[in-house]
Design a protein around this ligand. Sequence first.
Ligand code: CU
Length: 118
Amino acid sequence: MTLSISRYAAALAGVAVLVLAAPALAHPTVDVVAANWKFTPNTIEMHVGETTVLHITSSGGVHGIQSDDLGIPQTTIAPGKFVDVSVTPKKAGTYVIHCSIPCGQGHGDMTLTVEVKA
Ligand SMILES: [Cu+2]
């Protein structure tokens, strides 16, 4: 009993150290992988006024994202390359981003949904 409590305390202390050690300017990062013909994950949650970095690559095919509403410039996603896009949503809502580069058969249904919470 005593042992498990002290292990728990040690685990908590470890978490606290990790949080304190994080650089003050680090933003939450979400990995996104584009492929033929989907984004994984295909739904991402963000918060109004908070910057999230999308760390994006493609595992197959050239794709793209772009959103005027979310302030995302036209961004090409190519296989084997990583691109970081910082997004700071201004308004709550559900934003459906369509793949911005014609990529074949499933292009029309290739979407990334961003749920922005207040
Ligand atoms: Cu496409």
